[in-house]
Ligand binder design. Sequence first.
Ligand SMILES: [Zn+2]
Length: 453
Amino acid sequence: MSKAWLCAIALAAGCSGESAWEEGPIGEIYEGLSVGGSGGCSTFIVDGLSKQLIAEQNCIRPSALVSFAGKKGLSIGSSVYPYLEPKAAAGLEAAGASTGISINSAFRTIAQQYLLYRWYQSGQCGIGLAAVPGNSNHETGIAVDVGNYGAVLGVMQSHGWSHSYPSSDPVHYDYTAGGTIDLRSESVLAFQKLWNLNNPGDKISEDGSYGAQTGARIAKAPATGFAKGTTCTPKQTPAPAPSDKLAAKLVAQSMPQTLGAGEAAASWVEFQNTGTATWTPGITHLGTSGPHDRDSALAAPDWLGLNRPASVDAETKPGEVGRFSFFVRGPAVSAATALSESFELVQEGVAWFGTDSTFSIDVEIHPSATTMGGGETGDPTADPTPASMAGGAHGGCSVAGVTGRGEAAPAAGLLLVIAALALFRRRRASYPSGATCRVSVESSFSWSSRSRS
Ligand SMILES: [Zn+2]
């Protein structure tokens, strides 16, 4: 059905279907799984390593890749890392502002490309074409694969995107309006640096070129990520006067209670600034705690780092309420897994805020029973993205001590997501404001981990 539909809109595009590839089932994940040992037909199996590689690339060149998550008109498949080079992201956002675009692939890590190329070479997983790792435009953040590629052709072209291979790879668009740089060697370098950091007895050249030496290490690398993540911490920024007092009180939040592996949910938390220092984007961050700066399993590609979900959305003066918006993403799991992680506010280069800003996210992760829904093609009229990407589906606003006030949230959230899906199918991160459930608490709390079904 969907292929026939695609053939219809592809018109003279050939429609061989050879490159009409989509992410298949995720292989089994277990402790010690290597990239080379990965089964299944989904690149999501290397999600843990991929997150580290993206973070490392932004260590090498800060803001080399920027997120387009949550922008108007852009529907993002659940296996997609919503990153592009800044110019390409701006071009995509401009196109999305005038029409709905279904993005099935954007930035791709070298670990993902390694799997695609391996499957292509061995004739597995229906891969018709895959570039040698380090050679795909997806690895420099200037390419996207579009589900409804035919319907958006004119809009994409008018915003700098070329439909490069209408016959052989119809879903693929390249940003060709200039202002971009080739990051492919840095995507290789990111792996080489992480490998050396974690394997001091087996160091390889940090030359940014993919060859047998690097390929062999990618095969041996842990699919779920190295023990040591990035080689840098979030960029340190000028600190406010040390005499300013930092203090916060939790006001409200919305977080998922359940997530599928690879499913991402728009989330936020709000704190009142009860200190005397102004909170500033780029300085005032949400960070992992228990212990501080650990890597989070819930990190989504829009995070500042594996230990930093978000910066405060806007400048927040004493007395004002500041919001921290970010996605929470289910990691790859082999069985239903309950995760509980704690976070605190941190003024970079100054101090963690202390116990009044500590909170935890409790979420149950379910293995994905079906395919990832983030493939290169598919019925563009179908909804490829988990409902929770629309925000509000999770509706988790229960706070310990005031649970009675939070109880209405799931029902309200469900109604809102129905409305959101009907009206804003393509606006994944436009958060229905009615989905909030404002509550006040004195200090520490945790979210309910009630199941939705
Ligand atoms: Zn492509």
